[in-house]
Design a protein around this ligand. Structure first.
Ligand code: G
Ligand code: G
Ligand code: MN
Ligand code: NA
Length: 254
């Protein structure tokens, strides 16, 4: 309850911020964008991580309001970079289940795109299988509207949920993110490798792009590159960074 009140105040007082973890495009070798990760700059507590408060946002329904703020903040950042020497950056935003089910994502997204005059294809939403499968027919409707706005949609933590493969081809999506669980031991555990390779192959057959998350080592990177994964993200390249720090990193690579 204390946390809920503190979070309400955080939203009123603008204490939330977004950090960004770079994604590297394996075809170009360049940083092509980043995943936005929520942080709470809580007075007297320092930087608070999502593990400590995202579930409270979800349980209290505050995630719907926070989610609108997150989408707006991401679009504001895309616009700021676009007008700077950094240029176009693809930003992916995590969407909570409850935000997908109860919120009005189409309105949040279309308002933020218009407010900040952002090219829609620079914004991506990361949705979990759980969110997508809670009502598959409605999911198709919502995703169709979102994609009509021109944004991209990815399934996050792919392989750990319970999405039916039949829906993969019915859901209008752009990308699969291979869960860190299959990437962690990809070079040592043949079963994990087999699953990762099957995801890459299936995604490409369905004309989807594939991102691997949680890449921490050179051998993991090389394995994924050799096996035609499109993008990678993980501590091997960078931890999540403040907007200013990722800006520096991208400029240094130009
Ligand atoms: O940033 P960190 O490594 O602590 O993220 C932990 C978890 O919190 C991840 O599963 C991530 O998806 C979730 N998370 C981070 N930022 C957001 C956000 O903006 N919205 C939602 N719904 N979840 C987020
Ligand atoms: O669930 P989601 O994919 O949105 O969560 C992203 C989370 O994964 C963040 O908490 C981020 O800090 C974490 N993460 C990103 N890269 C790595 C990595 O290379 N190793 C580990 N262990 N965690 C990572
Ligand atoms: Mn994610
Ligand atoms: Na993930």
């Amino acid at each position: 309850l204390d946390l809920e009140m503190a979070l309400r105040r955080a939203l009123d007082e603008d204490e939330l911020e977004l950090h960004y973890q770079p994604k590297v495009n394996l075809h170009t070798g360049r940083v092509s964008g980043a995943e936005a990760l929520l942080r709470w700059n809580r007075p007297g507590h320092g930087m608070v991580y999502p593990a400590e408060f995202v579930s409270v946002l979800e349980e209290t329904g505050l995630i719907v309001r926070a989610g609108g703020w997150i989408i707006d903040a991401a679009c504001r950042q895309i616009a700021e970079w676009l007008e700077s020497p950094i240029g176009p950056m693809h930003i992916a935003v995590n969407v909570a289940s409850r935000q997908f089910v109860e919120g009005d994502l189409e309105q949040d997204v279309s308002e933020a795109l218009a407010r900040h005059k952002v090219p829609p294809d620079l914004l991506e939403l990361e949705l979990t299988e759980t969110a997508l499968m809670s009502n598959a027919e409605r999911t198709i409707e919502v995703l169709t509207k979102l994609r009509a706005l021109g944004i991209k949609v990815a399934i996050d933590d792919f392989g750990t949920g319970y999405s039916s493969l039949a829906y993969l081809q019915r859901f209008p999506i752009d990308k699969l993110k291979i869960d860190i669980a299959f990437v962690r031991n990809i070079t040592t555990n043949p079963n994990d490798a087999a699953i990762a390779l099957a995801i890459i192959s299936m995604a490409h057959s369905l004309k989807l792009r594939v991102v691997a998350e949680g890449v921490e080592s050179r051998p993991q990177l090389e394995y994924l590159r050799r096996n035609r994964c499109d993008e990678v993200q993980g501590f091997y390249f960078s931890r999540p960074l403040s907007a200013q720090d990722i800006g520096q990193l991208v400029l240094a690579g130009k």
